[in-house]
Design a protein around this ligand. Structure first.
Ligand SMILES: [Zn+2]
Length: 475
């Protein structure tokens, strides 16, 4: 598959045929005519080449590691080479958490080695590890209901399964609290460690890592995610009579702070340089896998959307296009918070925020968050995205995690919704690698982002800040 894909991309002739197929399909679905920008995006594999370069020449780039520093240098050099007129970095302090080694074993009733990964932010076990009886719960509510005596001195195992849902975040949103909150709740009840079923949808023996949080006053305990088949095994053992004992050894630890950076590139607006279309994606990744879809594709999407919109075609955009590649989204939103605190007052001049951080599945449609004073904006954008077969979907755009701090300040948003049904097979695992990315999906996503960016950058009237919803109006 990888070999044939590389061949397809290498061949100009085949590339042209592919473009033909993509173009015809999009126009057939919509009946609309593609814009020159959309034709250019659908015929261009530069985004795929960017992800390929990032995962091959840098690889994993967890906050504060040498890979993180290499990614910042890669991004700066790449943005300059692509011809962005302004490229710079702004320093961001990030926490330094080191994974160390990890092992897990069922001791009784029958010995088994299991595959697990420490959760970011959890404590290490110290040399020699921890051995204790396991108490199994389905999820947070069941754990909450247990008396402390049933938890104290034990290893809590949260076995809730993530449901595979289509394009929305529901399956992930429902399951991820066992990772983000489960270990802290277990710790507050006296548990010595916490295990969770990986928050993911695959059945490989590859655990999914991710961050967990311990609030002030709750001392971190060791916390790890089991691969799905190993979680199944532990569930079967717990379903039998008699205690299950487990040995856990985690070498993870905090090592203070490190310096990383937000990487910026701009194409100044020709007539309204102080009005900004912000295209953002996080540059960091977890330390497992190669960060291909989380978030190499996001990085490539925003860079390519800005390049095609502002540097190709010979016409400067009226407003400024700003690419922001953030530091440390995965383990604390450090870059997004730094941007909001340093440049929060500029948000009133931001006419649109577009974030890419949800893999590289087929694009399905779009959502907006526009001010009531811009009543025609969504209709205009819908007409422009129709040739790509992307309808307006119900619900309001929310941006991604990195735009979160800017949303209460009134940032108008467009979300491009992607098919995420396969994303959580690889998310935060060793399997987040290049071969899972479909080049045609990537071209279509870039076309969608570029369409929205070009529209917002060149529209006659700027999009205006969105008033914060009145808390009284909230259900
Ligand atoms: Zn991400």
């Amino acid at each position: 598959m990888t070999g044939s894909r590389r061949l397809r991309i290498a061949s100009t002739l085949t590339g042209a045929l592919l473009l033909g197929a993509t173009t015809v399909r999009a126009e057939e679905e919509s009946g609309g005519e593609l814009s020159p920008l959309q034709r250019a995006a659908l015929g261009d594999d530069s985004a795929w080449a960017l992800v390929e370069s990032l995962v091959t020449e840098v690889g994993p780039r967890f906050a504060g590691t040498s890979g993180d520093a290499a990614a910042v240098a890669w991004a700066e050099a790449k943005l300059r080479a692509l011809g962005f007129p302004k490229v710079w970095t702004e320093a961001v302090t990030v926490p330094r958490w080191v994974r160390g080694g990890a092992s897990g074993h069922v001791v009784t009733p029958w010995p088994h080695e299991v595959r697990l990964l420490a959760l970011g932010g959890g404590a290490g076990t110290g040399d020699g590890g921890i051995e204790a009886e396991v108490v199994g719960v389905a999820g947070l509510a069941e754990l909450e209901a247990l008396p402390d005596e049933a938890v104290s001195g034990r290893i809590v195992f949260l076995s809730q399964r993530m449901e595979r849902t289509g394009s929305d975040w529901r399956g992930y949103a429902e399951a991820v609290p066992i990772r983000t909150q489960g270990p802290a709740l277990a710790a507050s009840k006296g548990a010595v460690a916490a295990l969770i079923r990986s928050v993911g949808t695959d059945s490989n023996r590859l655990p999914h890592t991710g961050g967990t949080r311990f609030p002030e006053g709750v001392a971190p305990i060791p916390a790890a995610a089991l691969s799905a088949p190993d979680a199944d095994l532990l569930e079967r053992l717990l379903a039998r009579r008699g205690p299950v004992r487990f040995r856990l050894e985690l070498g993870c630890r905090f090592e203070g702070e490190a310096e990383s950076a937000n990487v910026f590139a701009e194409i100044p607006g020709a007539t309204h340089p102080d009005e900004v279309v912000l295209l953002t994606a996080h540059l960091d990744s977890w330390d497992v896998g190669r960060g291909a879809q989380d978030n190499g594709t996001g990085v490539a999407i925003v860079i390519e959307a800005a390049r095609l919109t502002g540097l190709e075609g010979g016409r400067a955009p009226r407003r400024t296009l700003r690419v922001l590649l953030t530091a440390n989204e995965e383990f604390g939103l450090s870059g997004a918070r730094a941007y909001a605190s340093a440049r929060g007052d500029e948000v009133a001049s931001h006419v649109l925020g577009l974030e890419a951080d949800s893999g590289a599945g087929a694009p399905l449609g779009f959502r907006v968050r526009f001010a009531p004073g811009d009543p025609d904006a969504a209709v205009e954008l819908a007409a422009r995205l129709a040739p790509l077969g992307l309808p307006r979907l119900s619900g309001e755009a929310r941006g991604g995690a990195d735009l979160g701090p800017l949303v209460p300040r009134g940032l108008p948003l467009v979300d491009v919704d992607l098919d995420r049904s396969a994303y959580f097979d690889v998310h935060h695992t060793d399997n987040d690698t290049l071969d899972k990315i479909d080049p045609e999906n990537l071209r279509r996503i870039v076309a969608a982002y570029a369409t929205a960016a070009e529209w917002a950058a060149n529209r006659e009237r700027r999009l205006t800040p969105v008033p914060a919803p009145d808390p009284e109006d909230r259900p």
